[in-house]
Design a protein. Sequence first.
Length: 384
Amino acid sequence: MKNISPPIYLDHNATTPPLPEVVRAVTEALCVAYGNPSSGHRQGEAARRLLLDTRATLQHCLDAPEEHFIFTGSGTEANNLAMRSLARHAKIIITSKVEHSSILSSADQVQTTEGKSVEYIRVNPNGVVDMRAMRQQLATHPEAAVSIQWINNETGVFQPIDEIVALARDHGSLVHIDAAQAVGKTNVSLRALNPDFLTLTAHKFNGPAGVGVLYARRPDFIDPICVGGGQQGGRHAGTENIAGIAGLKRALELRHASLKEVIAHMRTLRDTFEQIVLQECPWVRINGKHDERVCNTSNLLFDGIDGQALVGRLDSKGIYCSQSSACTTGRPEPSHVLRAMGLSESQAYASARFSFGITNTLQETEFAARSVVEEAEYLKRIFA
């Protein structure tokens, strides 16, 4: 195809490139609002004003009933803070085996260091939690708390989040939603959902890396993991990342203003990509195909070939995708998400994730899809 020159970045679930407007907001904050927001002078006031304005933006864009937002250094840090806070108020944590590694590792930690129990709800072959098992666990353990990822970072599969929150409410249980892959890709109304905790991170919707957010319905339920100064009401000590927060604010404003168009654009790219690949390679299948998936994510099983080899050959062509979460790809194990969905070890190794973003075009998506077909067919012959 004409006018296509890689690199073509198809790993937006790992991170997204900050938009020019976001870069300008970060730069301006570094130059203008560089004061410490805890300082009493005018320069500190400029930084405090930016924090207040960002909380107001979060409240507006996420339809939050009140400004109960804590800024953290990442989505992982926000998840850790949420899990620690759940453990403070519950004896048992209910989660699943398809969660982000930051939740699974936090669950291990509260077991070993705080003596809490963790129950893992089974998932169906598409990665959706078994709601009957969830009901049974909550009925058996009324002192439990729930932590569930709204949209899976590897497959893009939605969990029935409204039903899960309502069920937790019925049993008087606290509930945390990991919304890192949801904010910016689906409509989020904290007022309608009414979770106890919800976490997000800026770099998933074209904001800067290094800025996460924890929403707390009851801020007094937060059990701090950072202590020191009295920042953020004493719930998360440390000088706030003002420049990063400015970037978060601008990225969220931009995404909120164009959410419908963004969703439609990314869905067109994802669907076009899958149509080309599956038409030319009918032996390829979509992981999580039979449940609702987010607009931008395609996790494909290239049965019979080495997925790492496919990712490597595409990388050499300037087409960037991944095999699993960016937080776990340094490990030699196959995807824990795909294994929990029932895929064999070899099938998990044979899978690759392609995640699209607002900076991708239809032309480069078609080019990438045909490149995937070419490399997959080549590897199929090699491994046959």
